[in-house]
Design a protein around this ligand. Sequence first.
Ligand code: B1M
Length: 214
Amino acid sequence: MPSDRLDTIYNAIIDGDADTATVEAQAALKEGIPASEILYNACVPAMEEVGSLFERGEKFVAEMLIASRAMNAVVEILKPHLVDGDVNIIGTVVIGTVAGDLHDIGKNLVGMMLEGAGFKIIDLGANVDPAKFVDAVRQNQPDIVGMSALLTTTMPAIRTTIQTLKEAGLREQVKILIGGAPVTQEFADTVGADAFAPDAGSAARIAKSLVGVA
Ligand code: B1M
């Protein structure tokens, strides 16, 4: 951890203390610590630690939820520093976490980075049924459909959603980008997605290449 400030944010998120986490994040920004450093050196590792504590039975679902609220509160503060409001629109992305899956922090970060890269984002939220993806594609004619899955048990919903888009005759109109902790390039190849991104930064880079922007 490069500073005490980041250490405090890290611990506050693990403890689900949104007040301390947000006050410290504001102070860190004032001190000139870049928003990306706060995100990737404090917030994301904090959520990884929460996951490990949960696996070891040292945290429960309710505590994971409270930690995720603290993380979201910090992300709201960081957002204006991560996303440049003055970018040209290079494409539209419909994004959501797939059916049965309530995890939305990673999906929100990906949406934010894509917005920063110049995409218009239509965020369908979490636990999105395949039919809702289909409706959103019909209505918005996006260039890319982004799907996030955080559970091994919800990864198959990516396949179902792609299949539903195919049945609706919409699959060939869009590029499909997928991600989430258990998702791999191999899985993306198996389900016929156009691209996989392991993190939010690479998602933005890959999305740009999908629409032909270097
Ligand atoms: Co849950 N959960 N959770 N959880 N949770 C995990 C995912 C888990 C790994 C924890 C663990 O056991 N270590 C485990 C999954 C095990 C598995 O399937 N292999 C797990 C479990 C088991 C569960 C429940 C089943 C627990 C239960 O009820 N018994 C339950 C399921 C509920 C459901 O969805 N139906 C559950 C519930 C929850 C909460 C609701 C309490 C909460 C989510 C709150 C919220 O999101 N609003 C929660 C949390 C917070 C976590 C952990 C701790 C943190 C997730 C997170 O936000 N990470 C998580 C442990 C972990 O991840 N280590 C865990 C930070 C985020 C920035 O990373 O989401 O990976 P991530 O996103 C990254 C990349 O993956 C990528 O870019 C992002 C940024 O770099 N990416 C994409 C993500 N989406 C992308 C899309 C793209 C491209 C890249 O293109 C479109």
